[in-house]
Design a binder for this molecule. Structure first.
Ligand SMILES: Cc1ncc(COP(=O)(O)O)c(C=O)c1O
Length: 454
């Protein structure tokens, strides 16, 4: 995620898509390291059986939380995973889905992904490797898909965790991997191409990847050292147009033909979107259709595997964050969480999240009339602000709660301890997300439930 944070800074001076990046100065402050001890600050309420899960409203009324409350929906994780496992497929090649751990490394989320069928994990650091190893041991496979790794990290991955797949984007990194692994002959080496991120909310093209025009000799050299040769890329996070994948695959085709090499893996990366107010992407099936249609024109060997590395699309809607309004000044709400906490993306790059007000005190109901609000976070920094607009009841007031949706991705893992505001809770809940990429699947689940009741 640090990789993404730095890429966001870069976006200030490069292309800005779909979002209003008005708070550009915020980027400078955002390069602060995420807190190392942030994981310890979250208390997880033990919940025994799935059937005992309650709705967010009931939980908030019971707990009256005075710190931010993460609400995880195991049913959403099961649904998104099933969708990927069933649909990211082609009759011609075998496919694998690698969950990108950085998007949410929470143990509850990981266990639910695993239980739903995810057995491959894209890891980017030794901490992520250790975490996945502790949770799942030999039952899963890890892939070290960070193109720039320390020698110690490569050593730990190869010798202590039997990781054989590594990404790279330079001759130096290839040399480093070969030196550290003593010229291992069992490596899967995946060359990361830098491709345009023209339709992504978060541009990831600047920091990593080799330009296709410069990749041919590295591709040949990597081929001669690798047991499995792969090409990987990232179309940018929250990619709003499936054609971006087609364009990247066409670029891949050109470099493979020019280098005259055999490809063992084509990894189309992450970037699959979630849905947010003002950012409604086409359905996920259209992304898969575009990918497999383009791949068929590549005429890959039938043994070539196709990988993807989704993060956001698997977990974003599985998590909501419930925050409390501590004060209101006109149309600005002062919350108990902000951009240094779980709302990083609401500041810079300015994501707008779906919201729902929850009132548990007083007799007046919340008004049905909604108006636009901006948010301030709890820290003393005036850059801890989120412009929104977030539409909430006109009479929302101090003591009310707000469920902020689509925060199952890129929220908990990037919290900091700035100003001492990192304490948070986590529970599992039964209600459905405020917005979903899997509405059709949800509807058919409901229909089959109704049929079994009859
Ligand atoms: C190498 C790599 N793979 C996958 C992902 C996941 O991307 P997304 O959450 O957009 O699917 C990222 C995100 O930064 C990444 O860097």
């Amino acid at each position: 995620m640090k990789e993404m944070g730095q890429e966001r800074e870069r976006a200030v001076n490069s292309k800005i898509h779909y979002l209003d990046f008005a708070n550009q100065n915020l980027a400078k402050k955002k390069s602060k390291e995420p807190s190392k001890s942030s994981k310890n600050s979250c208390e997880v309420f033990p919940q025994k059986k799935p059937l005992q899960r309650k709705t967010i409203g009931a939980q908030v009324a019971a707990l009256k939380p005075n710190i931010p409350l993460y609400c995880i929906r195991p049913a959403s994780i099961e649904r998104s995973t099933r969708f990927f496992l069933e649909n990211f497929r082609t009759p011609k090649n075998k496919t694998d889905i690698l969950y990108s751990v950085k998007s949410n490394p929470d143990a509850t989320v990981l266990k639910n992904l695993f239980a739903s069928g995810i057995k491959h994990f894209d890891v980017a650091s030794v901490s992520e490797i250790k975490l996945i190893n502790e949770l799942f041991g030999d039952a899963v496979k890890m892939y070290f898909m960070h193109p720039i790794k320390s020698r110690e990290a490569i050593h730990e991955a190869y010798f202590n965790h039997s990781i054989r797949d590594f990404s790279l984007d330079s001759f130096d990194e290839l040399k480093k991997i070969l030196e550290v692994t003593n010229g291992a002959k069992d490596l899967g080496l995946h060359l990361r191409l830098s491709i345009p991120n023209s339709h992504a909310a978060i541009d990831l093209s600047g920091k990593f990847g080799i330009l296709p025009s410069e990749s041919i000799s590295l591709l040949r050299k990597t081929r001669s050292s690798a047991k499995r040769l792969g090409i990987c890329f990232h179309v940018g996070s929250q990619c709003m147009d499936p054609v971006e994948y087609r364009n990247a695959i066409i670029i891949t085709k050109e470099v493979v033909e020019q280098a005259k090499i055999k490809l063992d893996v084509l990894d189309v990366g992450g970037g699959f979107p979630s849905t947010y107010p003002g950012m409604t992407p086409p359905n996920l099936q259209s992304y898969f259709d575009e990918i497999f249609d383009a791949i068929h024109q590549l005429k890959l060997d039938k043994n070539c595997r196709i990988w993807c590395e989704p993060g956001r699309a698997l977990v974003a809607e599985a998590g909501s964050l419930v925050v409390r309004v501590e004060a209101r000044k006109k149309n600005m709400l002062y919350l108990n969480d902000g951009t240094y906490g779980g709302l990083f993306d609401a500041g810079f790059p300015g994501f707008i999240y779906p919201v729902k007000a929850i009132r548990i005190k007083g007799n007046d109901p919340l008004s049905l009339l909604t108006i636009p609000y901006g948010f301030y976070g709890p820290t003393c920094d005036s850059l801890d602000s989120m412009k929104g607009p977030f539409y909430l009841p006109e009479n929302i007031a101090e003591g009310d709660y707000i469920e902020i949706g689509q925060l199952g991705a890129y929220s908990r893992s990037i919290r900091t301890e700035f100003n001492g505001f990192n304490k948070n809770l986590q529970i599992e809940v039964s209600d459905e997300p405020l917005a979903s990429m899997y509405s059709e699947e949800l509807e058919s689940e409901k229909e089959s439930l109704n049929r079994t009741k009859i």
